[in-house]
Structures are given as C-alpha cells and as structure tokens.
Ligand binder design. Structure first.
Ligand code: SAM
Length: 289
C-alpha cells in the first residue's frame, strides 16, 4: 500500500467521525509520528510503498481512531505554540485558540517587562492541565517566575513532565481555586491567566462526541446555573493577588463575553478588552487591576 492509498483509507474509514480535511490532518499527524514524515515529505513521496511494520502501526492507529479516541491521546503528544507536549486523558488537549491567548500575553507582557525592575515578573496560571500556557510563557519570557495550579494531581504529573521536556522551570502546585485556602496566597503577581472550565451542560450536545467521551469533564464543564463560577472566584483572587497595574487574562466561553466583561467591571477591573479568536468568536479577555 502506498502513502496515498493509506490516506484514502483513513479518510474513508473515519468519515463517520471526521470530515475530509480533519481526517487528512489526522493522517499527517499519524504519519509524522510513525514515519517521521512531515507534510512536505508526504507530498513528495505519496507513491512510496509503506513497509509492513510501519503499515501495521498506522493501521493500529486507524482502528483506535475509529473507536473515537483523539489522535493526540493515541500518540501521546501534541504541539502547542511550537513546543512539544505530552498528553493523556488526565489533561485537556491544548487548543489553537489558547495559543492565541498566549500570543496576547507575550506581547502585553513586553510593556510590563520594560518597567525597570530588578525582580523577574511573576506569572500564575490557574487550571494548568498539561501546563501548556505556563510552559509556553516561561519558554518565551525567560525573565519571569512562573507558577501554575490545578485541582488534579494527575494533570500536575503530566505538566511537570512537560516542563522537563521543554527545559523550563515552572512551580506546579495542587490547589482548588474555588476554595478559600490557596497554597498560592500572599504572592503579588504581575500576570494571572486562566483557561478555566467554561462549557455549560446545555452546550454538551453541540460538542464533538469524541471530546465528551475522552477528555476530562472536570476540565470542561460548568453548571447552567452558574457558568461563570470560575471567573467569579478567579477575579476575586486576582483582585487581591495582582500587583497594582497587574494584568488578568482569561480564555472565555464564546457566548458569555458580555457577561464576563460585566462581571470584571463589577469587580473593579479597568481597561477590559474582549478579543475574538481566529474563527471570529469572542474568546479572550484582558483587564487591569
Ligand atoms: C479548560 S482546562 C485548561 C487546561 C490548560 N490550561 C489548557 O489551556 O489547555 C481547565 C483546567 O482547570 C482545572 N480545574 C478544574 N477545576 C479546578 C479548580 N477548582 N481549581 C483549580 N483547577 C481546576 C482542570 O483540572 C483543567 O486542567
């Protein structure tokens, strides 16, 4: 079987779960994992016959994909902000829109970094999951001290492995941001960022069934009654734990932009800016203490 034949097999076999473009992208990820071929290699070598050993591996991946498992969990890794991350079902698979939030933080922090200050900027990531935000920030802003919390011990194990993989130092702590006893209390942060759970139970039906079946629900869902529960708690925490002029960044539910802005306004934050992601959806907010 050639690389091109196998591409067609992936597309046909996965058509109940993924559209053609998604299946093609997934195939290329599998190919890179097994054959170390990039997209350009595939385009050049489409007619190459795959060895039996590699074909068996790729077909085993296809079978698991057909059972609904995301490719990132099958191969155990993904790329976020150009960096490698280990992923497994204890952590949310990092999303492209979160890369846009990281981009915003990096450009905004440059103005904070220009303030003469002998101390490194302190950054806290709340609900770190795989550690993607904290690690991408530390990698791109080396002159910072980055801490990150998550409620889930198993996520923190993965996040720590990812910090080692990316050769950065990040302090990871287990904590529940909805409880009053924060292990991270008494630090004044320059930047606090969070991509907390924000999908309401009502929205479950519009979410890809693979996501619901495979990704950790504690990372995704909030009740219909109190969809901004994390934003409320994190805004309170940030108001006391941000230094004057410190910045709070959130990834948000596309349908709750206006309500989240109102909440932050009510809490006393200023310069509140709501931004859309590349798909034109309200997706992130920055505000200043
Ligand atoms: C939407 S995921 C974000 C993960 C990662 N930051 C990212 O952007 O891919 C939300 C994270 O919040 C964590 N979390 C849920 N409830 C929490 C709580 N009460 N306190 C701290 N973290 C919590 C989850 O375990 C999960 O890792």
């Amino acid at each position: 079987m050639t690389l091109k034949d196998l591409a067609n097999k992936f597309i046909t076999s996965l058509n109940a779960i993924y559209d053609e473009d998604e299946a093609q992208t997934i195939y290329l990820i599998a190919l890179e994992h097994v054959l170390k071929y990039r997209r350009a290699d595939y385009l050049l070598k489409k007619n190459e016959v795959i060895s039996t050993e590699k074909l068996n591996k790729l077909e085993a991946i296809l079978t698991t994909l057909q059972a609904g498992k995301p490719i990132q969990y099958i191969i155990g890794e993904t790329i976020f902000y150009g960096l490698p991350f280990k992923v497994n079902p204890s952590v949310l698979i990092p999303r492209p829109e979160t890369e846009e939030l990281v981009e915003w933080i990096i450009s905004a922090s440059n103005s904070l970094l220009q303030i003469p200050n002998s101390q490194p900027l302190t950054i806290l990531d709340i609900g770190t999951g795989s550690g993607c935000i904290a690690i991408a920030l530390k990698k791109n802003l080396p002159n910072t001290k980055v801490s990150a919390i998550d409620i889930a011990k198993d996520s923190l194990v993965t996040a720590k492995q990812n910090a080692i993989l990316n050769e950065v130092e990040v302090e990871f702590l287990q904590d529940d941001i909805l409880k009053s006893q924060y292990a991270i209390r008494n630090t004044q942060y320059a930047i606090i960022v969070s991509n907390p759970p924000y999908v309401t139970e009502n929205e479950k039906s519009s979410i890809h069934e693979n996501v619901i079946a495979n990704e950790p629900h504690r990372a995704l869902f909030v009740s219909n009654d109190n969809p901004l529960i994390f934003y409320d708690a994190i805004a309170d925490f940030a108001f006391t734990n941000l230094m004057p002029n410190g910045l709070l960044f959130f990834e948000i539910n596309e349908y709750l932009g206006k309500q989240t802005v109102e909440l932050l306004n009510h809490k006393g934050f200023i310069n509140i800016e709501l931004r859309k992601d590349m798909q034109g959806k309200d997706r992130m907010i920055c505000c200043r203490k």
